[in-house]
Design a binder for this molecule. Sequence first.
Ligand code: HEM
Length: 132
Amino acid sequence: MGDADKVFQSYGRSCNNPVFYEDFYNAFMNKSADIRAMFVNTNMDSQRGLLRGGIMWLVMHARGMSDSKIRALGESHSRKNMNINPAHYSLWMDALMETLSKHDPLFDAELERIWRVTLRPAIEMIQSMYDQ
Ligand code: HEM
């Protein structure tokens, strides 16, 4: 099985449990006060649903889907829109790995490495659009 398929299957074992997205945002917001501040006015119920789709876009991009959804995230998260500091994506990724380790019973260090390298191109595309 290719890396993108391993990631797809790992997400499939995790994504149907709504607690996954609560655990993710708890882990992510615990990383920094700056991140907590960005979500003070956010309806977290809908945000959790949006994240479910957003992670799926990253996974599908790795499996060959076009860049359009990733470019839309790059646009919405750019300086002129939501102004998401590109440095925050490593914390986002760390929070995702912590959450997967709780929810995917097959998660281990090798699968974590695979997740990180597989999502990297899409994340780099989003980060590179910050100043556009
Ligand atoms: C909104 C996904 C990284 C902060 C959103 C939305 C999605 C999403 C799907 C809904 C709006 C839209 O479609 O653009 C993602 C994905 C990420 C990521 C897949 C990783 C690649 C981050 C990071 C931060 C962040 C690193 C902050 C440090 C926000 C905020 C909103 C948002 C503040 C708007 C919340 C609101 O409506 O009040 N994100 N995001 N995101 N994201 Fe992200």
